[in-house]
Design a protein. Structure first.
Length: 369
């Protein structure tokens, strides 16, 4: 195995959302609070919506230790899966192994980053279904974005996308949706990938390259961007939402066995939506009581081990009503077809089913801040 392959796999294991996967920092976990806030209205509605008791079902979930998986982590640690008669079992693996795990039946659920690999798998007719949001470019909640070496910004050499022409531009991974975001930034100045010196560097390596001035620009990811800004080696450019609002970065994807069990599908999604809503309330809506409960869960499960980072980084874009953005998934398929990374054109709609999560949203009622 080459050094670059090893590095890229390591990056994928610890990405923060997005699309090109993240790779993280360390600190001791904070202690969980001794008392939880009062049960929310949505949780009460969920209990009413739960089916009559059934035997406990084991559900195996791919685990790449990223914050966009917060819905499942929170559902596990706060007992939402238990409420639904589900025993969640997290299977640590690299992001590139998730599709194989779903197809083989080793795993039942994955938070699949939207990549050419996923599109090629679906194009072969594999029995996978995208059933919910697992990370999107949302306002004030887009963990990925353009990053600029600080001296270029300070000297006025960077004013906008036209200044990337002929410069070294890094992606952590090619053929992932983060590549599309950077491409949209280039297109604002009528540039293409042919106009820049594109390199592949993981997020920690991007910071090192900014520090020694061997890299000019990158599509970065939290918490690395925040770390680089604090070290005064880079500055933030446009975040993902500015470049591609609403883009589906990753999707909650079910394997054939779980999707075929409609009762278990709804049970899983009820727990997942409750967990995702807790994340949104804590990290995006900044509710302190929920924040104090959720952050220790994320420290436990993700690669972001420093609890202070959750107050300073841009959060992952999770939705309280986690519907898949079908238009985004369709448009991005066309990008990879045009590029040649996906070899055949097909209709993506049969591989997306928002029906079950719509039922869950109706049962739980509207999200309240």
């Amino acid at each position: 195995m080459s050094a670059s392959t090893t590095t890229r796999r390591r990056f994928l294991r610890i990405m923060g959302v997005s699309a090109a996967a993240g790779i993280a920092a360390a600190c001791a976990p904070a202690a969980a609070p001794s008392a939880a806030p009062s049960t929310t209205a949505s949780a009460a509605a969920s209990a009413k919506a739960s089916p009559t008791a059934r035997p406990v079902s084991i559900v195996k979930i791919t685990d790449i230790q990223i914050t966009s998986a917060a819905g499942s982590y929170i559902a596990a640690d706060r007992g939402y899966f238990k409420d639904e008669g589900i025993d969640p079992q997290f299977l640590p693996m690299g992001a590139g192994d998730q599709i194989t795990a779903l197809v083989s039946g080793t795993a039942d659920v994955a938070g699949s980053v939207i990549t050419a690999q996923l599109y090629n798998a679906l194009g072969r007719g594999l029995s996978l279904k995208m059933v919910g949001d697992h990370g999107s470019n949302l306002k004030n909640a887009s963990a990925g974005g353009v990053v600029v070496r600080k001296d270029l910004a300070d000297s006025g050499q960077w004013k906008g996308p036209a200044d990337l022409k002929g410069k070294k531009v890094a992606l952590a991974l090619v053929d992932a949706v983060s590549e599309i975001d950077m491409y949209k930034y280039l297109q604002q100045a009528h540039l293409t990938w042919k106009d820049v010196d594109q390199v592949v560097l993981g997020f920690p390596e991007q910071l090192a390259a900014f520090a020694n001035k061997s890299l000019d620009y990158a599509y970065g990811q939290e918490p690395f961007t925040t770390n680089g800004v604090a070290k005064k080696i880079c500055v933030r450019g446009p975040i993902g939402y500015d470049l591609y609002p609403g883009q589906q970065i990753a999707a909650l994807t079910f394997g054939q066995k779980l999707y075929a069990d409609k009762q278990l599908t709804l049970a899983y999604l009820r727990a997942y939506v409750r967990g995702a809503r807790d994340y949104v309330k804590a990290l995006i809506d900044k509710d302190k009581a929920t924040f104090d409960i959720v952050v220790p869960i994320l420290v436990k499960h993700t690669s972001m081990k420093d609890p202070t980072l959750y107050s300073t980084t841009i959060p992952s874009g999770l939705k309280p009503d986690p519907l898949v953005n079908e238009k985004s998934v369709t448009d991005d398929l066309q990008y990879f077809i045009d590029k040649g990374s996906v070899k055949q054109k097909y209709d993506i709609a049969p591989f997306i089913d928002n029906g079950p999560v719509k039922q869950v949203i109706q049962a739980l009622g509207p999200y309240t801040k």
